[in-house]
Ligand binder design. Sequence first.
Ligand SMILES: [Zn+2]
Length: 303
Amino acid sequence: MTMPASKDVVFVPEMSADSRVRVFCRTFNAIGEFEGMEVDAYIVFTGSYIVVFDTMLCPEDVSIMMRMVQDEVGKRTILVVNSHADWDHAWGNAYFRGEHTAPIIAHEYGRIRLQSAEARTELVNFQQQYPIFRNVELVPPTITFNQHLTLYDAQMSIELFPAPGHHRDHIAAWLPELRLLLAFDAVENPLPCIESAEAVPSMFATLEHFMALRPERVLCSHGKTTSPALVQENLAYLREIEHRSRQLLLTRRPTPRELEHASALITYPLDEVIASATEPVDRTFYGGAHNANVRYILEWLMS
Ligand SMILES: [Zn+2]
């Protein structure tokens, strides 16, 4: 496969009963590490704006998505938001240059990440492995913020705010009139991915903040769910890791070698974490993510 086919990016009407919020799903049908991986993007219609939340894997993905709404743009101004600078969320940014130029809004640190040497190296590696990334260019956001940024409109406003923990530049969006939270990768089914030991307190604070908003619906980028209960479940999962880690640390301090198998160390296997999962779970990916979460929480508690 060279170009993304239309079937790789689909409109998912069952994810949003409100026609002002459209959910699109990108399936990465690559062989190997990311086989069958899915990521969602959203288009929100306010009276004056069309806000595109995340740009998926490549500019062609955005083109497919925008074609599906082109008849409804009318006089609305198109705005773009990057939830964070990860490859599955911001690598389609190049669509919004040239004839489709639109402002791209993100956290200030997302701009730094997209301009980093690490991002360039990662892109070269992906381009060598998968042809779909051939037209990807690292296009940094053009409007950045550090604290809060609100898009006001008569019927519906959109509040953007930092939601670090998965990444330092990660933001979330709160649509108060709809009581809808766009959580992106801060909430994930079956489990969220913490960036590092230093990011652990931020992840807890982000999830506590989400709970305090009392959302009626929550959309997250991976895992096909709209349930606000997932916020509580993700928080309970991380608290359980913290609890078992504290128990372990009462008796001894693990060595760096032991920390490589952190989930075994606190006797919290992936099977127990996903015991109530109703959908098949990518055991390789989430097993690694779970082990890393335990390791980071242990390291945070030991620091
Ligand atoms: Zn993601």
